[in-house]
Design a binder for this molecule. Structure first.
Ligand code: FMN
Length: 405
């Protein structure tokens, strides 16, 4: 972005900054919704770039995106919560796991095809739910949705998407999931389930780790929340008064429990994925309560800072699930080796979050597609080197036995 536009946008944010400074402590003390609440009062425009990206390393997309996005938006996307410990630990922890290649296995052709909850994907890599894609690009969620379809995988639409779940579905006729931030209003929750069903979403994923949001310090300092001007596509449609609709949309159910998930299962009438599982006991309960998949994730370190890396939780959760349900995984995945390690430890599919967001910023639909293709090609190479021809063949035998930490 040219300097002039950056400064105009920065000016808007600066006007809010003094407010941020004076109220920072008060805001931090109150429970914040963080991820989801909107500010109506900031001018904001994401990138307009449309191009394929030549990617050497996914981590390098972040500083490139920083150069072109408004500061508040960039930090909203990149940051974690609290001290950012869990965010960093997610990536670092992959280094604790080592691949043990089975050389001379004669593998050259590898097949990445995977089936999850009845949907066939071209690869075991998908796009996790991320709100407000308009922070990255003027195409909003259209970019990533088209990219997912182009490579034959799925995207998860967030409750917090700027475009409506119906619009997003129209860009990807293939399998797709809808993530639910469970509202306290049961009528609105029913509406979300029914809309997702009618729009062709093949599963819904209630998120269980963010009903109280741990403060995101960067956003508080910047007084930044995704601007309402970018749109909120999944606002309640049955409530005519816009103020009341916004209130119901923002009021998340704080005392979230298994009855809420049962309600979702009944209203959606299809597979329910429990997103944000970090405990073997919760995973076991998901199996016993008739849920359809366990999604191991700590929200990319954006929810409860201080919880362990998702990749460290995965083996214990896989042991507890013991094959009863498929396991979905995300948090900190940046390389084919990370995907391979998660698959070996029990995941069926693996999500890659922020790099896709930065790909959208740097190149729109083509940029996001480049990220997915990079991950696909990188995983292909890793499987060849490890000696695995099919995704289903990847298991713990391809890892050096782990030390207990
Ligand atoms: C900008 C942004 C917005 C997100 N919004 C949501 C959301 O609306 N719902 C949700 O369940 N998770 C949300 N997440 C978390 C992702 O689904 C995913 O768990 C996380 O990004 C994975 O970690 P990674 O970014 O390190 O790959 C968001 C993540 C980012 C980066």
């Amino acid at each position: 972005m040219e300097r002039s536009r950056r400064s105009v946008l920065a000016g808007g944010a600066a006007a809010l900054c003094s407010l941020a400074t004076s109220t920072a402590f008060a805001q931090a003390a109150r429970p914040q919704s963080g991820e989801e609440m909107t500010r109506p009062d900031i001018a904001y425009e994401g990138s307009k770039a449309r191009k394929k990206l030549s990617i050497v390393n996914l981590l390098e997309l972040e500083p490139e995106a920083k150069k072109i996005l408004p500061d508040g938006g960039f930090q909203y996307i990149a940051s974690g919560s609290g001290a950012n410990w869990t965010r960093e630990e997610n990536m670092r922890a992959f280094q604790d796991i080592r691949i043990e290649p089975q050389s001379l296995s004669g593998v050259s052709k590898v097949d990445l095809k995977t089936t999850i909850l009845g949907s066939e994907l071209s690869m075991p890599i998908f796009i996790p739910p991320m709100g407000s894609h308009g922070l990255a690009h003027v195409m909003k969620e259209e970019a990533a949705s088209r990219a997912a379809h182009a490579v034959g995988t799925l995207m998860t639409t967030s409750t917090q998407s700027n475009l409506s779940m119906e619009e997003i579905a129209s860009f990807n006729p293939g399998p797709k999931w809808f993530q639910i931030y469970v509202p306290s209003d049961r009528g609105y929750l029913r509406e979300l389930c029914q809309r997702a069903k009618a729009a062709g979403y093949s599963a819904v994923a209630p998120t269980i780790d963010n009903n109280y949001a741990y403060p995101r310090e960067e956003n508080i300092r910047n007084s930044f929340r995704p601007p309402a001007s970018l749109g909120k596509g999944n606002m309640p449609r049955s409530i005519a008064d816009p103020k009341e609709a916004a209130r119901v949309f923002d009021e998340r159910k704080r005392d979230l429990n298994w009855d809420d998930l049962d309600f979702i299962k009944k209203e959606f009438g299809g597979p329910v994925i429990v997103k944000g599982v970090m405990s073997p006991k919760v995973a076991d309960m998901a199996c016993k309560r008739g849920m359809d998949a366990v999604y191991v994730s700590n929200h990319g370190g954006r929810a409860f800072d201080g919880v362990e890396a998702s990749i460290h939780a995965l083996p214990r959760i896989a042991e507890s699930v013991a094959g009863r349900l498929p396991i979905i995984f995300d948090s900190g995945v940046r390389r084919g080796t990370d995907v391979f390690k998660a698959l070996a430890l029990g995941a069926t599919v693996v999500g890659c979050g922020r790099p896709v967001f930065f790909g959208v910023a740097l190149g729109g639909a083509e940029g996001a597609q480049s990220v997915l293709e990079y991950m696909r090609d990188n995983l292909t190479l890793v499987m060849r080197l490890a000696g695995t021809a099919r995704v289903a063949d990847i298991n713990k035998d391809y890892l050096v036995p782990m030390r207990r930490t």
